[in-house]
Design a binder for this molecule. Structure first.
Ligand SMILES: Nc1ncnc2c1ncn2[C@@H]1O[C@H](COS(=O)(=O)NC(=O)[C@@H](N)CO)[C@@H](O)[C@H]1O
Ligand SMILES: [Zn+2]
Length: 501
């Protein structure tokens, strides 16, 4: 790959006064200032330079080391020192042409990238050449570097785009006959266990399905959280952009967020026309409301764990406080899911127990292992499910729009999946929870340190209660007489249902 920059250093007066000194700087640069920090011979190069009236014209090329926008700042500093002696100042850098050329097997699908004027694909050379629209401040602010990273991600994603999601079977339970093959959501609607809410992908749970959720929760508390020493926390449920910037979500979850906008003011007089409009027409004037609310400050809880990092952000954790093991079940998560009406297995508003653990790499790996063992016990000995585990694209990469797998073989996500008999023998299995080792992503993203100076790692596990319900009922049906004894005794009596005439 190649960076190319054609620019001029603007000077306050004719630079020829320091001609010799400038010539010397340019002659020494490639082995001197433009080589610093790069492997031998891989620094930046001066392709040409010349003196103009009140400017010094420069052409620079580089690879990934000492990139041209860093190189020009180094040259500028040396030239400014030399010109300073002759009372001449360097006024700034004027960019004439800035291109990045990278190898690519195909053209870019989406070419509108900020600060990129054009994207040219050369079929023969198999390269993409981006012409940037950047000035001195963008070069100082690393915009070209972020464009290169975005470009490499896009090329890689297009590659992966062709390949399916990464999925690798880890373990599968024994096969067994399914006595129940109906759609549990249909059955629950018929038996009055729940009703569709007013919102897209939203449900209102009656006493029966609510007791199911709470029984699942109790099992998680009794079989995992208490024995393994997890403490309950309450993570914020309205998530600010700043959190998603640190967690990486700001790179890619826009299509699925439920955005939240505050009113511009809470002064009732400001809202009187809206209230009057409704009172007269019985319609809510959403167009008018749009003019009275501010920009989105973030969105409803999406991944559930990111806001917890605000508690640790910028802190150094004492060694004897590690590993930290916490969980949150304080509210709903919201995702603008793909279209089409799904049963309760894919909803826009869902209820999840989110477990988060952090410590040294060894502590995180050990905690994760213990968690897998406890889940194995729950699904085999209490819920008596047919299920399997698979190694997949880490959830945090998928939520940043990336595919593939993580850098090392330890970091990544294990999806827990169950077949839903009503979907038929070859029906798609349902991911009902996951367990992830997130590596150093969040401690680094939120600047969390350990007293000993070791790199902190973290993991998280999302237990989706709608998903557990869908998997459990799809395999065991709604009749408690047919439920596994270990579960039924924990569930207790079926609550009295509301009867509608
Ligand atoms: N639309 C949805 N409806 C119901 N449950 C969902 C939905 N989206 C996710 N979940 C539940 O939340 C779990 C974790 O979601 S995830 O996106 O895969 N992972 C994360 O967000 C991680 N932070 C762990 O929670 C899923 O396994 C599933 O059980
Ligand atoms: Zn999480």
């Amino acid at each position: 790959m190649e960076f190319y920059l054609k620019c001029s250093l603007k000077t306050s007066a004719d630079p020829t006064v320091a001609k010799e000194a400038i010539a010397q700087i340019m002659a020494d640069a490639e082995t001197g200032i433009l080589a610093k920090g790069a492997p031998a011979g891989e620094g930046a190069k001066i392709k040409s330079w010349s003196l103009g009236d009140n400017k010094i014209n420069l052409e620079l090329t580089s690879g990934k080391n000492v990139r041209v926008h860093d190189a020009v700042l180094r040259v500028r500093k040396q030239v400014a020192d030399a010109l300073g002696k002759a009372k001449v100042g360097v006024r700034g850098i004027e960019v004439d042409t800035f291109t990045i050329t990278v190898p690519s097997p195909h053209d870019l699908k989406n070419k509108n990238i900020p600060h990129v004027k054009s994207v040219l694909f050369d079929e023969k050379a198999q390269t993409l050449c981006l012409t940037l629209d950047v000035g001195e401040s963008e070069m100082k602010n690393q915009v070209p570097d972020r464009i290169l990273t975005l470009l490499e991600d896009k090329i890689e994603q297009d590659e992966y785009g062709a390949k399916a999601e990464h999925w690798h079977l880890l373990w599968e339970s024994e096969d067994r006959p399914f006595h129940y093959v109906d759609d549990p959501t249909e059955d629950m609607l018929k038996h009055g266990w729940l009703k569709r809410g007013a919102g897209r992908g939203q449900w209102i749970h009656g006493p029966a399905s609510t007791k199911l959720f709470r029984t699942f929760e109790k099992i998680v508390v009794d079989e995992i959280l208490t024995p393994l020493g997890y403490n309950e926390m309450i993570f914020p449920k309205l998530v600010m952009w700043d959190i998603w910037k640190h967690s990486g979500h700001a790179k890619g979850i826009y299509p699925e967020i439920y955005y939240v906008c505050p009113p511009k003011t809470r002064d009732p007089a400001y809202w009187e026309d809206v209230m009057d409009y409704y009172k007269v027409t019985r319609e809510v004037p959403t167009e008018l409301i749009k003019t009275k609310i501010g920009d989105p400050i973030g969105g409803m809880c999406y991944a559930q764990c990111p806001p917890c990092w605000g508690f640790f952000q910028g802190e150094t954790i004492a060694k004897d406080s590690l590993p930290v093991r916490v969980f949150d079940r304080s509210g709903t998560s919201h995702r603008y899911e793909s279209g089409g009406i799904h049963g309760i297995e894919r909803v826009d508003e869902f209820h999840r127990i989110e477990l988060v653990w952090l410590g040294t790499k060894e502590q995180v790996v050990e905690t994760t292992q213990k968690l897998h063992e406890r889940y194995m016990h729950i699904f085999n000995d209490i819920l008596d499910l047919k299920w399997r585990k698979a190694w997949v694209t880490p959830w945090f990469m998928a939520q940043e729009g990336l595919a593939g797998v993580a850098a090392d073989e330890v970091t990544g996500t294990t999806d827990y999946e169950a077949p839903l008999p009503y979907r038929g023998k070859d029906g798609e299995w349902l991911e009902f929870q996951n367990v992830s080792i997130n590596g150093d992503k969040y401690p680094t993203g939120f600047n969390v340190k350990c007293q000993t100076g070791e790199q902190l790692w973290s993991g998280c596990s999302g237990v989706g209660l709608e998903r557990w319900t869908a998997a459990f009922l799809a395999q065991h049906g709604l009749d408690p007489e047919k439920w596994p004894e270990e579960f039924r005794k924990r569930f207790g009596e079926m609550p009295k249902l509301v009867k509608f005439m």
